[in-house]
Design a protein around this ligand. Structure first.
Ligand SMILES: [Zn+2]
Length: 368
């Protein structure tokens, strides 16, 4: 099922445009790393962990990355790359993407490291690979190699649990230092509460690998079903002792008259191993949820910083929602990690949110 394509396309284009406003301004314009560092609170100078950063590519230089034609030709992908000063015509696109990412992490001023994420293919119920409904694929081995080459990166694997070799691949990725397994259940068509996932969860718990799952509705291409994103489905991995990070604080969608965000919030007191990442909250599609979450201070102790790079924060939308000087400071930032950080800081997310990823994943970090 495609999820209101036209609306999404325009939304994505507008999202990129609203990252700032006007030419040059479209992408922000202030990128002085030294000034950025000077403006960073002491406690956060290169101390933060971003748990949600995507690696995308098309396979240049033998990376093994792949992108569906429909995604490659979409406005989202083209505008997204343009925002990073990249394009599909570059023969070394995958390498440029990584170089850009490393540079922006280093110059963000507050980031020590980022968990970079692989993205597995979609598999059907019978364990068959379904490339035709997979928006993009980023191999585990490529991401693992990048983490070995760059101290700024930590490894987020992606393994579809319906794969016939899922458990073996999980063991192999544990060996390579995976901290989390990333799923987008709505796209991967993974029923988190399916009994066949239980063995996978138990093995994850054995390795102390956390589950980073997109929760709530998804607006990407090839959504298999929004019901896969219901927060209650996280009970299964939690019961098996897995540390779970619900991406985006389940900020889109609802069921039975209750927003997924509220359902997730209601689960937090019962499950101490349940966390929520703040990725994508400053985007065009989720900025209202960001305002709500900022006000809900009782949730802040369970939030973990994430950006959802390369998606661009829409600073313009937060005009009037914070002190003018802070808004302007964020709006003009070329570095999208920095723009996202300044918006969230100005809205009142406490400093602990940015370093909490290290605490939540401490057991696993000590093993790798
Ligand atoms: Zn994401």
């Amino acid at each position: 099922m495609k999820f209101s394509r036209r609306k999404l396309l325009w939304g994505a284009a507008a999202g990129v445009a609203l990252g700032a406003g006007g030419y040059k301004l479209l992408r922000g314009f202030e990128g002085d790393a030294a000034a950025t560092l000077a403006a960073t609170p002491e406690a956060l100078r290169r101390a933060a962990l971003d748990v949600h950063v995507h690696i995308l590519g098309i396979g240049t230089g033998g990376t093994g990355c792949w992108m569906h034609d429909e995604m490659r030709s979409s406005i989202q992908a083209r505008a997204g790359l343009w925002n990073l000063r990249l394009s599909f015509s570059q023969p070394d696109l995958d390498q440029r993407y990584v170089a850009y990412l490393v540079d922006r992490i280093r110059s963000a001023g507050f980031l020590k490291q980022a968990i970079i994420l692989a993205q597995d293919y979609v598999y059907d119920q019978s364990g068959q690979r379904r490339a035709g409904v997979t928006p993009f694929y980023t191999p585990n081995d490529f991401v693992a190699r990048l983490t070995a080459e760059h101290s700024e990166f930590l490894f987020g694997a992606s393994i579809h649990p319906y794969r016939p070799d899922a458990l073996d691949e999980l063991d192999r990725m544990a060996e390579l230092g995976a901290l989390v397994v990333k799923w987008i259940p709505n796209v991967h068509a993974i029923d988190l509460s399916d009994s066949r996932c239980r063995a996978f969860y138990r093995r994850m718990a054995t390795h102390n690998i956390a589950l980073l799952a997109h929760i709530g509705d998804e607006q990407a291409m090839f959504v298999a079903g929004q019901e896969y994103g219901h927060p209650q489905r996280l009970v299964a991995p939690l019961e098996e002792g897995v540390t779970v990070i619900a991406a985006h604080v389940a900020s889109l969608g609802e069921a039975h008259g209750e927003s997924h965000l509220e359902t997730l919030a209601g689960m937090l007191p019962r499950w101490p191993n349940l966390w929520a990442d703040t990725s994508a909250l400053t985007l065009l599609t989720r900025w209202r949820a960001m305002l709500r979450i900022a006000e809900r201070t009782e949730l802040h102790a369970r939030l973990i910083h994430g950006s959802d790079f390369p998606l661009p924060p829409a600073a313009t939308l937060f005009f009037g929602r914070m002190a003018m000087g802070k808004w302007w400071g964020a709006w003009k930032r070329e570095n999208i990690f920095r723009r996202d950080f300044e918006l969230k800081q100005a809205l009142g997310l406490p400093p602990e949110v940015y370093t909490r990823g290290y605490e939540v994943l401490a057991t696993r970090l000590a093993q790798i």
